[in-house]
Structure formats: C-alpha cells, structure tokens
Design a protein around this ligand. Sequence first.
Ligand code: ATP
Ligand code: TZP
Ligand code: MG
Ligand code: MG
Length: 263
Amino acid sequence: MLPVQHLREKIRETSPLIHNITNMVVTNFTANGLYALGASPVMAYAEEEVEDMARAAQALVLNIGTLTQTEVDAMLLAGKAANKAGTPVILDPVGVGATPFRTRTAKQLLSELDISIVRGNAGEIANLSENEVEMRGVDSTANLENKAETAKHTAETWNCVVALTGETDIVTDGTQTYTLTNGHPLQSKVTGAGCLLSAVTGAFAAVHDSPLEAAAAAVSFYGIAAEVAASKEENMGPGHFQIHFLDALHQVTSEQIERLSNN
Ligand code: ATP
Ligand code: TZP
Ligand code: MG
Ligand code: MG
C-alpha cells in the first residue's frame, strides 16, 4: 500500500516550500493548488536569486512550458544549487517533441542536473528516449502500445523516476512499476492539470525519501481528488471542475482516500 494519507498529512503538518520555475499559463493555478494541498509555493525566476531560493526550498520544480533561454539558464543554476543541497528536483518536460528547442532543453536539464522525477504525458515521455512521437503543441497525440515499457526506458535512460500520465498513469524507476487508474477525463480539459500534478509531486517528494513512492502517492492522491471533485455536480463542465478540484485537494478525507484508491 502506498503511504498516500501519511504523506498528505506530512505535507499539511510541515508545509514544505516548493520552488517553481514554471510557465506563465499555469502559474496562478499551480500556486493555488499547492496552497490547497497544504504546501507553500514560491515562484522565483531571476538568475540573481534562484540559487538562494532553491537552497531554501524542500523541492524544486522545473517546467519548460513557456521557456526562454534566460529561463533555461536560471533553471540550470537553481538545479545545481538544489542538487548540492540534496533537495529533490522534478522536471515537467512540457511539449518535448513539439519543437527542437524544447527537446534539446529537456535533455540538457536531464544531462546536467540530477533530476529525481520526470512527470509528463505519453508523448513527452516517449520523446525523452529514442522514440519520436508527434505532439500537438503541449498535448500528447501518442497512442503508445506499451506505455509501461516507454516509461521504463526513459527512467533507465536518465536514471530517474518517471511518471507517465493520462487515462492510466505509470510510475516507475525502471525496476519497480506502479500502474494507477484514479482520475477523471475533465482533467484533460483544464490547462495546468499536468503542470500542477508535477508541482504536487514535488510536495510529496519534499516529505519522503523514496522518489518512486512519493511520485506514485502524489499521482494516486491527485486522481482521487479529481474523482471527488467531479462527483460534486451533475453534468459538470471544465470551469466548475477546476474550482471543485482545488477544493478537493484541500478537503479530500482519509476515508475517501481509502475507499476510492484503485491501487
Ligand atoms: P496533456 O497535455 O496531454 O493533457 P498533461 O501534462 O496535462 O498532458 P495529463 O496526462 O493530462 O497531463 O495528466 C494530468 C492528470 O490528469 C493526471 O493525474 C492524469 O491521471 C489525469 N488524466 C488525464 N486524462 C485522463 C483521463 N482521460 N481519465 C482519467 N484521468 C486523466
Ligand atoms: N502552453 C504552453 S504551457 C501550457 C500551454 C497550454 C500549459 C500546459 O499545461 P498542462 O498541465 O500540460 O496541460
Ligand atoms: Mg493537460
Ligand atoms: Mg503537461
């Protein structure tokens, strides 16, 4: 059994500081989602301060959704400071495969930094190893035959934990693999659902030594919160879902975690 409830409580008790260098689309949603979970978000991008902020944080989340070269330089500085401090670094390789700049940058971050966990959709994870999968902007169009093999291969290639998400979620370190099925289709109709999950994964990694268990517990908790949110109204659309989802990240009970968990 994954320690989902235990880690969620630990986040609420210790309120870990999560340093995000993320994209301009999801910044506010990410900060609100981390607050709802019980963590402390901070967004800091300037080269003059990213090393100090990364050293002060309990996790660093790098997200290349709207990257610029200046931001990439700051990510490298922050990542090296976090590595030196032993702070977990999470990468969301948004849109890898859509343009050469994104692919090159994600691979550079993975080569030069010690990344604990990569969280992405099927197309992004496939494009991080030798596969070339078509992307529609930041969305995956991949209909991969074997997502578990793809995730494992990327985990082995970069020596990290990989969380490949979608209708079914795969979390693996290349040796041990969790297949998780909580979640709701409305998550794919809200921008930032993946980006916030990467930040939430950072919060779980901040309070647990095993990146594999932390990532799997984060994905499980997040999917349960989505199901709780979607159950609040009949015929719910993406707008109301987004609000109910933030509430659920805050309000999901231990009884709901136990009852709804599909692991
Ligand atoms: P994309 O850009 O392809 O939407 P993403 O980076 O937003 O990808 P997702 O793979 O959509 O990330 O994952 C975000 C969350 O949404 C995960 O918790 C995942 O389990 C959930 N999710 C996405 N699609 C579905 C679905 N059809 N059914 C259930 N859960 C889903
Ligand atoms: N464009 C650049 S970043 C971004 C968009 C739409 C947000 C992507 O968020 P997610 O969580 O991958 O859906
Ligand atoms: Mg999405
Ligand atoms: Mg994404």
